[in-house]
Ligand binder design. Structure first.
Ligand code: NAD
Ligand code: G6P
Ligand code: MN
Ligand code: MN
Length: 437
């Protein structure tokens, strides 16, 4: 029987997670489910926790659900610890978005200055959680959904030395669904191989006859005559079409987040327009969240409401629950996860964390070998990985020079006076969450 602990239990995504566990009840002998939050999220956890209890009761399951603000009490003898917390809640995200935007830089929660600061706030907390885990549940798996998931996973494994950490993202699901739709195939009839970093990966696709279908997908998704018939289903990313010639030259399929890099100017221009209309993603999500919690308060609601699909993290439960079930049952299922490279991507350090297709076993992910990336992708990913490493270094040391270097390396931040100004403004705005700086 297993004990699952979810840190950041007050998240509006919790019903998504519960639904995923209920669907997989045959594969997951759950005894206890603990939701953990902090004072600031206590009210949210109460509402969504009761909703979780109703969902579990409606499924006639005998799982014990506990809600607590005492992380240590929850972690005792846990088997799986999942994280879905946001340090500083949506107000902090708003600052990550509007401070860069007010200075003419992209404001986004996992890219550019905002992504760097989300890492600065989150990494000390994940390392603290690991300290508790070492003492209270030394054999548990840490399943990280908290963004920036790639950097948080790298910090957990390399700084926290918690080898049993796996990072997750829902973006690959969107791309898998899109490819199935375009090729009129079911997922089981296609073979997908992803490689890169979190929110910065590429993929290739083959069919059951062994034919590679990547080039056909590039054409059917990105050629001007086909363009815009489908998208990858990410509610939080404005769908400006990639340049067909560029993707064709690359020869592999990009992920939705590559728009911030391949289409930096139009994506920034769009973000600035939203900012001027008071419609940054944090502002939109605050309203969605308020509506969701109104629904969750209804004592007759015992299933995940449709409204939750308005959040960017749809399918999160498929990733988290499939991962736990696959580890628990040593299934070998192929999933896209953040894990140690171990040579899967030839162009990156052996021990760094990458997001790749891996076979999920009882001892964790065994990545599939991708090989080398085309030079156009290699140059960018090596830069991005160096940037991530520098961000993590700054987060653990509080070194201003390292922080400035991370800004300088980041392709979405021009080096010089603006970088310093935005860095200083964000350090000031987030002071309460940055004890190291
Ligand atoms: P949210 O703002 O609702 O925060 C979730 C909960 O975390 C809140 O109830 C908050 O009180 C709590 N929290 C904050 N600090 C905490 C701490 N130190 N310990 C315990 N709980 C704490 O956030 P959300 O919009 O539900 O998103 C949650 C997280 O999941 C974010 O980090 C977000 O970026 C991430 N996310 C990841 C993906 C992915 O693909 N990996 C997709 C969607 C969301
Ligand atoms: C995406 C990403 C997540 C991101 C989320 C944002 O799908 O994979 O990592 O956090 O959407 O969604 P939101 O609704 O909070 O903007
Ligand atoms: Mn993600
Ligand atoms: Mn730069």
């Amino acid at each position: 029987k297993i004990k699952i602990v979810t840190i950041g239990g007050g998240s509006s995504y919790t019903p998504e997670l519960i639904e995923g566990l209920i669907v997989r009840q045959a594969q997951l002998p759950i005894a206890e489910l603990w939701l953990v939050d902090i004072d600031a999220g206590a009210e949210k956890m109460e509402i969504v926790g009761n909703m979780a209890k109703r969902m579990i009761a409606a499924a006639k399951l005998d799982w014990q659900v506990h809600l607590t603000l005492d992380r240590r009490e929850a972690l005792k003898d846990a088997d799986y610890v999942t994280t879905q917390f946001r340090v500083g809640l949506l107000d902090a995200r708003l600052k990550d978005e509007v401070i860069p935007l007010a200075n003419g830089l992209l404001g986004q929660e996992t890219n550019g200055p905002g992504g760097i600061f989300k890492a600065f706030r989150t990494i000390p907390v994940i390392l603290d959680i690991i300290k508790d885990m070492r003492e209270l549940c030394p054999n548990a798996w840490l399943v990280d959904f908290t963004n920036p998931a790639g950097m948080v996973t790298e910090a957990a494994i390399k700084q926290g030395k918690w080898e049993k950490t796996v990072g997750l993202c829902n973006v690959p699901f969107g791309h898998i669904n899109q490819a199935c739709e375009v090729l009129a195939k079911e997922e089981k009839d296609l073979f997908f191989k992803f490689a890169g970093l979190n929110h910065f990966h590429w993929h290739r696709v083959w069919d059951q006859q062994g034919n590679e279908r990547t080039a056909e997908l590039i054409e059917k998704i990105y050629a001007p005559e086909h363009r815009a018939k489908t998208d990858e289903g990410l509610k939080n990313i404005h769908q400006i079409p990639f340049h067909y010639e560029q993707v064709k030259h690359l020869g592999v399929l990009p992920c939705g987040y590559h728009r911030y890099y391949y289409l930096q100017e139009p994506m920034l221009a769009h973000a600035v327009e939203e900012f001027e209309r008071y419609e940054t993603r944090a502002e939109v999500v605050k309203k969605t969240e308020a509506r969701l919690f109104e629904l969750y308060k209804d004592v007759n609601l015992n299933y995940k409401p449709e409204e939750l699909s308005q959040r960017g993290g749809a399918h999160y439960s498929d990733a988290a629950c499939d991962l736990i079930a696959s580890i628990h049952n040593n299934s070998g299922k192929l999933m896209v996860v953040s894990t140690r490279n171990n040579g899967a991507i030839a162009d990156l350090p052996f021990d760094c964390i990458v997001e790749v297709t891996a076979s999920i076993t009882a001892h964790g992910p065994e990545p599939l070998r991708w090989g080398a990336l085309p030079s156009a992708a290699r140059g960018m990913i090596q830069l991005m990985k160096a940037m991530e490493e520098t961000v993590i270094e700054a987060a653990v040391t509080g070194d201003y020079g390292a922080a400035l270097h991370a800004f300088t390396i980041n392709p979405l931040i021009p080096a010089g006076d603006t970088a310093i100004k935005v860095l200083d403004e964000l350090l000031y705005a987030h002071k309460a969450w940055l004890p190291k700086f």
